[in-house]
Ligand binder design. Structure first.
Ligand code: F6P
Ligand code: MN
Length: 330
């Protein structure tokens, strides 16, 4: 649950309170400034001619939207100028991009998560993860392949009715609201926690017939509600933008899953480990929730490549652990 506060504490004030290094602060400012520009591009929408397809596919084989490309370029330009950034990796870039050889940080990001929502004027967001760089050489893909537990900071900017930044620098989760008139991010939630129990779940139900039997059983029991083994009714939500579904879970609890399914049996899942599951997982664990595949904690996975996919079960502790346990017994 998020704790609303009436405050004018800025992102800069908060990072100073947290004793974040000057370099980490500057990386976060580069990211959030770019997100302020993305906010304006999204707000103008059709008036700025930014809606619709870009006419190309990304490395994942997904059709790129114009705004995917615009958001990617804004973040890439902003981070690329920052002397503290050793390298970056984006959903929209086939390879990692090396930046300053002596930069202290590596940044992975999904420039515009949920981009199928763009053309229906619905919620989208930017997700980011910050890792420390090692040694003294130009960034390589190998440098990025660190388990999510080693993230020094992670967060997202959600472009909704208001634009909000959710952030963890490893000491809990806080949320800021953007003042679009001047680009200030002001602290509006200072203690985000996910209750251990839940009454709400998020999954794309249309894929039900393709799920593992353990996931079929877990969701079937939720749907049976008060008359079933769970003895209570559950509500369902699906925004089709992970960033917005996880934001709801940070604000009022629940479970979110995009599980493995048999449509592409050799593909681990739909979501990407390094710029979707890991940063969201860092936030959810920092807020007291759990973040698993059916077999283990996501933040402990040793990544093998930058665009790796992973099944995701995250949110309320007791629900996630029950769902994982069903898979163990299956
Ligand atoms: O980035 C992938 C993504 O858009 C997520 O943000 C979202 O949770 C999911 O895909 C939606 O997938 P589907 O269209 O299968 O419901
Ligand atoms: Mn995404």
């Amino acid at each position: 649950m998020s704790q609303a506060v009436g405050t004018t504490l800025s992102l800069k004030d908060y990072l100073q309170q947290q004793q974040a290094s000057e370099q980490l602060q500057s990386v976060l400012f580069s990211l959030t400034e770019a997100c302020h520009s993305i906010h304006h591009a999204l707000t103008k929408g059709a008036l700025a001619g930014v809606l619709g397809a870009a006419g190309a596919e990304n490395v994942q084989g997904e059709d790129q939207k114009k705004l995917d490309v615009i958001a990617n370029d804004l973040i890439k330009d902003s981070l690329g100028k920052n002397p503290s950034v050793r390298g970056l990796a984006s959903e929209e870039e086939p390879e990692i991009v090396a930046c300053q050889t002596d930069g202290q940080y590596l940044v992975t990001f999904d420039p515009l998560d949920g981009s199928s929502n763009i053309d229906i004027n619905s919620m989208v967001g930017t997700i980011f993860s910050i890792l420390e760089s090692r040694g003294e050489h130009a960034a390589t893909e190998q440098d990025f392949l660190q388990p999510g537990r080693q993230q020094v900071a992670a967060g997202y900017v959600l472009y909704g009715p208001s634009t909000m930044l959710a952030l963890s620098v490893g000491n809990g989760v806080v949320m800021f609201t953007l003042d679009p008139s001047n680009g200030d991010y002001l602290l509006t939630n200072n203690a985000v926690t996910i209750p251990e129990d839940a009454k709400e779940f998020a999954i794309n139900m249309s894929n039900q017939r393709f799920w593992h039997p353990a996931m079929q059983r877990y969701i079937a029991e939720l749907l049976e509600g008060a008359e079933g083994p769970r003895g209570k009714d559950f509500n369902m939500r699906w925004v089709a933008a992970m960033v917005a579904d996880v934001h709801r879970i940070l604000c009022r609890g629940g479970l979110f899953t995009y599980p493995w399914d048999s449509r592409k049996p050799d593909q681990a899942g739909k979501l990407r480990l390094m710029y979707e599951a890991n940063p969201m997982g860092f936030l959810v664990e920092q807020a007291g929730g759990e973040v698993w595949t059916a077999a283990g904690k996501i933040l402990d996975i040793q990544p093998e490549h930058i665009h790796q996919r992973v099944p995701v079960i995250l949110g309320a502790k007791n629900e996630v652990l029950r769902c994982v346990e069903y898979h163990g017994n299956a």
